[in-house]
Design a protein around this ligand. Structure first.
Ligand code: GDP
Length: 304
């Protein structure tokens, strides 16, 4: 019950309650499916998916069902064993055995690419950061890497419509993608965005996950829902990173947690397993370390 209580305190369980019975085809590790398909990496023999084998043999406990359908449980975690302490605060993300070193020591700008095929030829894992213009993408990148020049590079005229690669600790990439839904962009520019960015998503073998940024200070926006659904339909692994969670409305308007719930309700039917999500604020630092830890476990598993 502790697990449920934690999410209840965020008022987020009503839409995430596990269906009963759970869908037979429910995928325990949705966000990793694409990674597995992308690469030749296999789950380590020494760490079998105990959850799946158990589920076949005996009925799942309510606790395990809750963990499987609501939480994002990474490889190596048995839903029966998930405890309250294993869930990152302000998220549905369970910390598993692949979590490791997560702090950023150095970042270097590598290149800007106008087409997916011009991106660095490299086998290092990467995370793409995507969101509507003004969602807080530069601020979040800045907060993650703690280097102003990285976010500034992405904001430079001429760079905002490009795929910008930044190498972190010489071992993995943060990829800043063009913002979408920019009111001033011409229709032609918007079309370019979708064709070349979609090409990137569908063809980039080293893409571990997309961080889809959603502004939690405003009600769900159609364009964000469409983007999430497109990624979901194409099995692109993703994490919803809710931004501006510090912005509490004084009188009218909904709170960030209410906007988050509304957003997830809208995309819920497209997912058998809910993708990872996390609340952040670039103003207070909320979620920064937790997001980095999440990325470390995705990366370390991918690296296996
Ligand atoms: P981008 O266009 O997505 O790169 O967005 P920016 O990072 O430039 O941020 C857009 C606006 O939102 C700026 O005025 C930021 O100061 C503000 N902003 C960004 N992140 C946060 C946040 O976490 N909390 C609050 N309150 N404001 C934010």
């Amino acid at each position: 019950m502790l697990l449920r209580n934690r999410l209840l305190s965020l008022n987020l369980t009503s839409f995430l309650s596990p269906p009963s019975p759970p869908p037979k085809s429910a995928s325990f590790l949705f966000p990793f499916n694409k990674t597995i398909a992308h690469s030749t990496h296999k789950r380590p023999e020494s760490k079998p998916d105990v959850s799946a084998s158990r589920a076949a043999k005996q009925p799942m406990s309510e606790r395990a069902r809750f963990a499987k359908t609501v939480l994002f449980a990474p490889p190596g975690v048995d839903p029966e064993d998930v405890t309250d302490e294993m869930i990152l605060p302000g998220s549905n993300i369970v910390v598993g055995p692949y979590a490791g070193h997560s702090q950023i020591k150095e970042v270097e700008f590598v290149k800007s690419s106008g087409r997916a095929k011009d991106c660095p030829k490299d086998d290092r894992p990467e995370f793409a950061i995507l969101g509507r213009s003004n969602v807080g993408k530069s601020s979040l990148i800045n907060a993650l890497v703690r280097k102003k020049e990285v976010a500034l590079t992405s904001k430079k005229p001429g760079k905002t419509q490009l795929i910008n690669h930044f190498l972190v600790n010489k071992s993995w990439y943060i990829v800043d993608l063009p913002g979408y839904g920019f009111a001033r962009a011409s229709d032609a520019a918007r079309t370019d965005w979708s064709s070349f960015t979609k090409g990137y998503f569908l063809n980039r073998d080293t893409l571990v996950a997309v961080l889809l940024l959603i502004d939690a200070s405003v009600p769900p926006q159609r364009i964000d829902v469409d983007c999430a659904n497109w990624l979901g339909r194409n099995n692109i692994p993703m994490t919803f990173v809710f931004t501006k969670c510090d912005k509490l409305k004084a009188s009218k308007g909904k709170r960030p947690d209410e906007n988050i719930r509304d957003f997830q309700e809208l995309i819920r039917e497209n997912y058998k397993q809910h993708p990872a999500w996390i609340m952040t604020s670039s103003v207070t630092g909320l979620g920064r370390d937790e997001l980095l830890l999440h990325l470390s476990q995705l990366r370390n598993y991918w690296d296996q």
